[in-house]
Design a protein around this ligand. Structure first.
Ligand code: ATP
Ligand code: MG
Length: 612
C-alpha cells in the first residue's frame, strides 16, 4: 500500500476523514486485490495446500478431458463417417464414454475438496474474528453496533469463502480448459484459431473489466447496507418494548423498508453487471461462429480443411464458451470478495492499546490495597476529561465509597481499575504495583465487578453464577447464591439452578438479576471488589437482604463501592465525594456531615425525601 505524500495531502486540503476516502482511491484496486488474495492464501489456505494441490490435479484432468472431446468429434466425422474405418467405429464411442466418466469423477472430487477447504477456512476466519472481538479494546469494539458485526461474521465471511473457491476453480479448471481448447484449435488450423482469439478474447476482457468496477462498488455498498439492516434488527428486538410503548412500529418498519430497498438496489446493480457478462460473451461468440463458418467454408472449398476438422473446431468453440465465461466473470466475483475481505480484515487488523506490557508480571494481590495517584482520564472524542487529578487511597480490607452526581466519573474510576481503558495521566497501583505493568489476566482475576446493569448470559442460572469460576461445583454455587440472598427465588424457578435465563430464557426482575450477579462475584472470591450501584435495582426489603449479603462479601476484602443511596455506604471506612471528575470532599460519614459540605447537602435531601 502506498501512502499519499504529505505534500500532496496538504495542497489537496484533506481532512483526516477525506484522507481515508481519497487514500482508498489512491491505492490501486489491483494491488489491494492481489494483497488480499495473497493474505487469504497465506493465513487461511496454507494448512490445506496439499488438498488444494490434489484438487489442482483433478482440475487438470477436467481441463484435459474437456479439451479431448473436439478431437473425438473430428475423428468421428473424418474416420467413422467419411473413411468408414471400423476400428474407429468402436474406439471413438468408447473413448467418449471413458473421458466423460473421468471428467465426472474429477469434477465431483474437485468440487467436494474446494468446498471443504472453503468452509474450513471460513470457519477459521470466523473463529479469528470472534477472538479478535473478544480481545478487542472496549473503546474500539463500541465503535460499531453489534448488528454490523453480526453481518460481517455471517455475510462477509461467507462471501469471502465463495470468492476464494470460485477464483481457484476459475483460475485452474476453467483457465486450463480454455487453454486446452484454444491449443486444440491451433493444432487443427491456426488461421481459424487466430481469428477466433483475436476477435473474442480481447473484446471479452475489455467488457469484463468495466463490469468488474461496477460490481465492486455495488458490492461494497450492498454489504454496508446489509450491516445496517442487521443493526436495525438487533436494535428493534432489544428495544421492542420501547418501540411499542412509544407507538413507533410503523416508523421502524419504514426504516427497515428503506434499508431493505437500498440493499436490493445495490444487489441488483451487482446482479446486472454480472448478468451483462454472459450475453456480452455470447454475442461476441456469435460473431466468432459467423466468421469461422465463412473462413472455414472458404478454406474447405480450397481443400485446406476437412469436414471433421471443421466440426472439431466448432465443437471446441462451443465448449469454450462456458469456461471462458467463468474466467471472464472472475473479475466480478473477485471484486465482490475484495469488498467483503476488506471489511473482514479491517476488524482483524485493528490494533489494541490495552495490552500486556512487554515485561508484564503477574499481579500479586495479597492485601488488595488500591491507590489512585493523580489520575486523569478523558474518553476519546470527549471535550472534557471524565476524571481530573483524582487521588484515592483504599487500604487493604477497607471499604471505600464513591458518591456524586450522575456523570461525575464514578464508574469511570472502576473502568480504569480494570484497565478497560488506560489512564491519560497519573497511575493506579494495586499492592504497590502499577496496573499497567501487570498482566491483564492476573489483574482481572484479582477483581470482581458488579455493574450498574447486571448482565446474564443465555445459559442456566447455575452457569451464570459460575461464570468466571470454571471449577465451581453445585454446592459452591448454592453457597454463593445463599450469601447473595438469591437462593430462595432461584429454588422457586421452574428448574431451579438449571433454569435458562437471559435473552431466550426466563425473564428475571432487575433485582433478581442483580442478586445473581452478586452471587457470581461471591463465587469468584477475588481480593478486590468493585461494586457499581449493586443495590440500585432493589426494593427496600431485598436491598436489606442484599446489603447484608454484600457486607458479608466485603468482609476481609478491599472494596470500592459506588452508591446513590447514601444509607448503604454510611459505614464505609472512607467516602469520597465526586463532582465533575474531581474529588471535592472525603472522610467518614460523620466527618462529612460535620463539614456541612456537598455530602451533608446530599444526605439531608435524601433523608427528607425518604421521610416525606
Ligand atoms: N464509554 C464512554 N465514552 C465516552 N464518554 C463516556 C463513556 N463512559 C462515560 N463517559 C462520560 O464520562 C463522564 C463520566 O461518566 P461515568 O459513567 O463515570 O459517570 P458516573 O459518575 O458513573 O455516573 P452515574 O452515576 O450516572 O453512573 C460522563 O460525562 C459520561 O458521559
Ligand atoms: Mg456510573
Amino acid at each position: 500500500m502506498s501512502e499519499i505524500p504529505a505534500s500532496e495531502r496538504l495542497t489537496a486540503g484533506l481532512t483526516p476523514e477525506r484522507l481515508v476516502f481519497v487514500q482508498e482511491k489512491y491505492n490501486t484496486a489491483r494491488s489491494r486485490t492481489i494483497a488480499l488474495i495473497a493474505r487469504m492464501l497465506r493465513s487461511y489456505l496454507r494448512p490445506y495446500l496439499w488438498l488444494l494441490g490434489f484438487s489442482i490435479l483433478l482440475n487438470v484432468i477436467i481441463a484435459a478431458t474437456t479439451g479431448a472431446l473436439p478431437w473425438f468429434i473430428q475423428q468421428a466425422v473424418d474416420e467413422v463417417f467419411n473413411n468408414k474405418n471400423p476400428n474407429m467405429l468402436v474406439l471413438v464411442p468408447v473413448g467418449v464414454v471413458a473421458i466423460s466418466l473421468l471428467k465426472g469423477i474429477a469434477t465431483y472430487g474437485s468440487n467436494v475438496i474446494m468446498n471443504f477447504v472453503g468452509q474450513r477456512s471460513t470457519a477459521n476466519l470466523q473463529r479469528d474474528l470472534f477472538a479478535r472481538l473478544v480481545h478487542g479494546d472496549l473503546a474500539y469494539v463500541a465503535q460499531q453496533h453489534s448488528g454490523a458485526y453480526i453481518s460481517i461474521f455471517m455475510n462477509d465471511a461467507t462471501r469471502l469463502r465463495a470468492t476464494v473457491s470460485n477464483i481457484i476453480i476459475a483460475l485452474i479448471r476453467h483457465l486450463l480448459t480454455v487453454i486446452a481448447l484454444i491449443a486444440f484449435m491451433f493444432t487443427i488450423n491456426w488461421h481459424l484459431a487466430l481469428v477466433y482469439t483475436v476477435i473474442v478474447v480481447p473484446m471479452g476482457v475489455a467488457a469484463m473489466r468495466r463490469l468488474g468496477r461496477v460490481t465492486r462498488s455495488a458490492s461494497r455498498q450492498g454489504l454496508q447496507e446489509t450491516g445496517e439492516f442487521s443493526t436495525l434488527i438487533a436494535e428493534t428486538l432489544s428495544g421492542l418494548r420501547i418501540v411499542k410503548a412509544y407507538g413507533q412500529e410503523n416508523d421502524q418498519i419504514d426504516r427497515a423498508s428503506t434499508t431493505i430497498d437500498r440493499v436490493l438496489e445495490f444487489t441488483m446493480r451487482a446482479v446486472r453487471a454480472r448478468a451483462a457478462a454472459s450475453p456480452a460473451i455470447e454475442a461476441l461468440g456469435g460473431i466468432a461462429v459467423g466468421a469461422i463458418i465463412f473462413i472455414g467454408g472458404y478454406q474447405s472449398m480450397q481443400g485446406n480443411l476437412t469436414a471433421g476438422e471443421f466440426m472439431g473446431f466448432i465443437t471446441a468453440l462451443l465448449a469454450v464458451y462456458q469456461p471462458l465465461r467463468s474466467v471472464a466473470n472472475m473479475q466480478t466475483v473477485l471484486q465482490e470478495g475484495v469488498a467483503a475481505g476488506r471489511r473482514v480484515f479491517s476488524i482483524l487488523d485493528a490494533r489494541d492499546r490495552i495490552l500486556d506490557a512487554e515485561n508484564a508480571h503477574s499481579l500479586t494481590a495479597h492485601q488488595g490495597a488500591v491507590l489512585f495517584d493523580n489520575v486523569s482520564f478523558q474518553y476519546e472524542g470527549r471535550e472534557h476529561p471524565a476524571l481530573n487529578q483524582v487521588s484515592i487511597e483504599v487500604k487493604p480490607g477497607q471499604t471505600v465509597a464513591l458518591v456524586g452526581a450522575s456523570g461525575s466519573g464514578k464508574s469511570t474510576l472502576l473502568n480504569l481499575t480494570l484497565r478497560f481503558f488506560d489512564v491519560s495521566d497519573g497511575r493506579i497501583e494495586i499492592d504497590g504495583q502499577d496496573i499497567r505493568h501487570v498482566t491483564l489476566d492476573s489483574l482481572r482475576r484479582a477483581t470482581a465487578l458488579v455493574t450498574q446493569d447486571p448482565f446474564l448470559f443465555d445459559d442456566t442460572v447455575g452457569n451464570n453464577i459460575a461464570y468466571g469460576t470454571p471449577g465451581a461445583d453445585a454446592a459452591d454455587i448454592e453457597r454463593a447464591a445463599k450469601l447473595a440472598a438469591a437462593h430462595d427465588f432461584i429454588s422457586e424457578l421452574p428448574e431451579g439452578y438449571e433454569t435458562r435465563v437471559g435473552e431466550s430464557g426466563l425473564r428475571l426482575s432487575g433485582g433478581q438479576k442483580q442478586r445473581i450477579a452478586i452471587a457470581r462475584a461471591m463465587l469468584k472470591d477475588a481480593p478486590i471488589l468493585l461494586l457499581d450501584e449493586a443495590t440500585s435495582a432493589l426494593d427496600t426489603a431485598s436491598e436489606q437482604k442484599v446489603q447484608a449479603a454484600l457486607n458479608e462479601l466485603m468482609q476481609g476484602r478491599t472494596s470500592l463501592v459506588i452508591a446513590h443511596r447514601l444509607s448503604t455506604i454510611m459505614h464505609a471506612d472512607c467516602i469520597y465525594v465526586m463532582q465533575e471528575g474531581q474529588v471535592v470532599e472525603s472522610g467518614t460519614h460523620s466527618d462529612l456531615l460535620d463539614a456541612k459540605g456537598v455530602y451533608a447537602d446530599l444526605y439531608h435531601k435524601q433523608f427528607e425525601n425518604e421521610e416525606g
